[in-house]
Ligand binder design. Structure first.
Ligand SMILES: [Zn+2]
Length: 64
């Protein structure tokens, strides 16, 4: 069964949703019931990495 992960734009809540028909985009945030949700393309990637140190592969301002 297709399980997609969504992120609410209003409260930044991440939640998973079973989607039987991808065409129907009537997904609402279960927390604040907002419809401003974005489907995360990379599965269980963004939510699980929040809080950890990232962007370590490139150091900005390396020109001396
Ligand atoms: Zn929300």
């Amino acid at each position: 069964m297709p399980i997609y992960e969504y992120k609410c734009e209003d409260c930044n809540n991440c939640f998973e949703k079973l989607v039987f028909s991808p065409g129907s985009e009537s997904i609402k945030c279960p927390k604040c019931r907002s419809k401003q949700v974005t489907r995360l393309m990379s599965y269980t990637n963004i939510c699980s990495q929040s809080g950890s140190g990232k962007c370590s592969s490139r150091v900005p301002g390396g020109f001396s």
